[in-house]
Design a protein around this ligand. Structure first.
Ligand SMILES: *[C@@H]1O[C@H](CO)[C@@H](O)[C@H](O)[C@H]1NC(C)=O
Ligand SMILES: *[C@@H]1O[C@H](CO)[C@@H](O)[C@H](O)[C@H]1NC(C)=O
Ligand SMILES: *[C@@H]1O[C@H](CO)[C@@H](O)[C@H](O)[C@H]1NC(C)=O
Ligand SMILES: *[C@@H]1O[C@H](CO)[C@@H](O)[C@H](O)[C@H]1NC(C)=O
Ligand SMILES: *[C@@H]1O[C@H](CO)[C@@H](O)[C@H](O)[C@H]1NC(C)=O
Ligand SMILES: *[C@@H]1O[C@H](CO)[C@@H](O)[C@H](O)[C@H]1NC(C)=O
Ligand SMILES: *[C@@H]1O[C@H](CO)[C@@H](O)[C@H](O)[C@H]1NC(C)=O
Ligand SMILES: *[C@@H]1O[C@H](CO)[C@@H](O)[C@H](O)[C@H]1NC(C)=O
Ligand SMILES: *[C@@H]1O[C@H](CO)[C@@H](O)[C@H](O)[C@H]1NC(C)=O
Ligand SMILES: *[C@@H]1O[C@H](CO)[C@@H](O)[C@H](O)[C@H]1NC(C)=O
Ligand SMILES: *[C@@H]1O[C@H](CO)[C@@H](O)[C@H](O)[C@H]1NC(C)=O
Ligand SMILES: [Zn+2]
Length: 421
């Protein structure tokens, strides 16, 4: 009698767990084949469940491993040719740096190394100035680093509800993981700039490796979103004239900042949530006392996680009050052609402030998105290219782990009851 009950219970446990795993598997391969489907998801756990997107997934072999330092792939003749064509113009008398700066780096800062001196006026001739502020009076060059973050829909919904556009500095590896999220930025009229492939301290990289970080970020944005950026922001602001010249040769304008919310730096010790609030409040006070009356500003903030995006939402009304205009950086520069592809435009500053916040960059219908490579309708569930980063700790994964343990236990019981009785 007892063995039969045990056996029945084990079988029941096995069946129950398998069924549950199937349900979870369906939920975690959420139905996302287009940007609009992705943008409609409201549960952050579901947003952050990985999915396959064949147009990008099928090409990952042509990119460096996601979240690893980039180098030119052996068989990538296009990247090699581009590097060969520019390498002669990259200064060879500027040393590769260490982080933090070595004690023997000359205090005269010959390389205009931002990390050392906050230098933004290159010393090497032929390089344009870094952009550090929106040139228009009382104007904030509004933007966010480190995206796309898988959970960004609440934030993008908020921006959409305010008819607010911004500049997004995307990490290539994040775009590879979350291509439809990257497409949403373009579809809703935001500006996209590059933020490297794997987010390193660029001055610590060889010139060829630094080139690869920029090149593959640009190529991934082109593949996933359909446009190639012409602006970039160095991770940690770590740029010198050697890195500037590589970016310049790739057609990338260097965008920096003069104010830092430190929203990505919270460590619970020297930088707390309160530090970030103070930074935002100081910045708003600085705007209120007329500091930006003749030239605007740029503040560093992030599309990194729920905290950084929540702070952005929280302080938006005050920024809106303290500045006459909040615009993407490219708009503040009248940069109407922000991409290599010339069929996509941004409004001029005058257009934007008169209420024309998008030109032909907006999503044109519910079911298609302009400016993005049209996704194929292949079944996302069959792709094996599900992303790995940012997802390993999500609820679905934990549930799967518990389910697998249950199945193993069930089998163990079954075998044990078989032999014992
Ligand atoms: C997925 O979305 C498409 C388009 O919205 C729809 O036609 C299809 O039925 C959906 N499939 C599933 C399995 O939900
Ligand atoms: C380079 O080789 C990888 C496989 O190692 C392949 O997936 C990729 O398509 C190749 N890329 C090019 C540009 O030929
Ligand atoms: C590096 O060489 C260039 C000329 O090629 C020169 O203009 C520049 O001053 C040099 N930089 C340093 C840091 O010596
Ligand atoms: C405005 O406030 C900032 C920060 O408190 C301060 O550094 C700056 O001197 C002030 N400027 C004016 C014109 O009051
Ligand atoms: C800045 O501009 C505002 C609004 O035009 C004005 O009220 C304020 O006095 C100006 N402040 C300074 C320091 O110029
Ligand atoms: C994106 O944001 C979510 C929510 O805060 C966070 O759990 C996740 O780690 C973030 N992803 C990355 C890649 O930082
Ligand atoms: C932060 O997370 C909470 C809880 O998941 C969510 O309701 C809220 O929309 C998120 N906020 C942002 C800006 O992502
Ligand atoms: C942008 O264009 C307006 C005229 O439409 C001009 O006043 C302004 O100076 C331009 N700004 C820049 C940064 O070129
Ligand atoms: C987008 O706008 C630009 C500039 O106005 C124009 O040249 C281009 O033809 C437009 N592209 C499309 C697809 O409408
Ligand atoms: C967009 O969706 C609305 C409501 O779901 C529908 O009435 C409308 O026809 C759709 N428009 C297009 C262009 O598909
Ligand atoms: C611009 O042209 C590219 C192909 O060159 C195309 O993939 C993209 O959809 C076009 N974008 C717009 C907004 O028309
Ligand atoms: Zn960053």
């Amino acid at each position: 009698m007892l063995p039969t009950i045990l056996r029945c219970l084990s079988v029941a446990l096995l069946i129950f767990s398998s069924l549950q795993l199937q349900v979870i598997a369906q939920a975690s391969t959420a139905n996302r084949t287009t940007e609009t489907e992705e943008a409609a998801i409201t549960d952050p756990d579901q947003e952050c469940s990985p999915y396959g997107y064949p147009p990008v997934g099928n090409q990952l072999g042509s990119f460096p491993p996601i979240w690893e330092a980039a180098s030119i792939l052996q068989n990538d003749s296009a990247a090699q040719a581009k590097w060969n064509s520019i390498s002669g113009s990259i200064p060879s008398n500027i040393s590769v740096k260490t982080e933090p700066p070595a004690s023997d780096y000359p205090s005269s800062d010959p390389d205009c190394w931002w990390t050392y001196s906050l230098c933004t006026t290159p010393k090497l001739s032929g390089l344009p100035l870094d952009v550090t502020a929106a040139p228009e009076p009382s104007t904030l060059g509004y933007g966010f680093d480190d995206g796309p973050n898988c959970s960004h829909n609440a934030f993008y919904d908020f921006l959409q509800s305010q008819n607010q556009k911004a500049t997004f500095y995307f990490i290539g590896s994040n775009v590879a993981d979350w291509p439809l999220e990257a497409q949403r930025a373009l579809a809703e009229g935001h500006e996209i700039c590059a933020h490297t492939w794997s987010h390193p301290y660029m001055t610590t990289f060889s010139s060829e490796a630094a080139f690869a970080e920029l090149w593959y970020c640009m190529q991934m944005i082109k593949l996933a979103v359909g446009v190639t950026p012409t602006c970039w922001r160095p991770p940690y602001g770590d740029v010198d004239d050697r890195i500037r010249s590589i970016a310049h040769a790739l057609g990338l304008q260097t965008i920096m900042w003069e104010y830092d919310s430190e929203d990505a730096d919270v460590n619970g010790n020297s930088i707390t949530d309160q530090t970030v609030e103070n930074n935002y409040n100081n910045f708003i006070q600085t705007a209120n006392n007329g500091t930006f009356n003749s030239t605007g500003a740029i503040i560093l903030s992030h599309e990194l996680n729920n905290f950084t995006m929540s702070e952005a939402v929280k302080f938006y009304p005050q920024l809106k009050t303290s500045f006459q205009h909040l615009v993407p950086v490219g708009v503040s520069l009248n940069k109407t052609q922000p991409y290599v592809e010339t069929n996509y435009s941004l409004p001029t500053f005058a257009q934007y402030v008169s209420g024309i916040v998008t030109t032909n960059g907006t999503r044109v219908s519910n079911s298609t998105s302009s400016g993005s490579s049209t996704p194929t309708s292949s079944n996302p569930g069959t792709s094996s290219t599900a992303s790995s980063a940012a997802s390993s700790s999500n609820a679905a994964d934990r549930a799967v782990d518990i389910g697998v343990v249950r199945i193993l236990l069930g089998m163990l019981f079954l075998i044990a009851s078989w032999y014992m009785f």
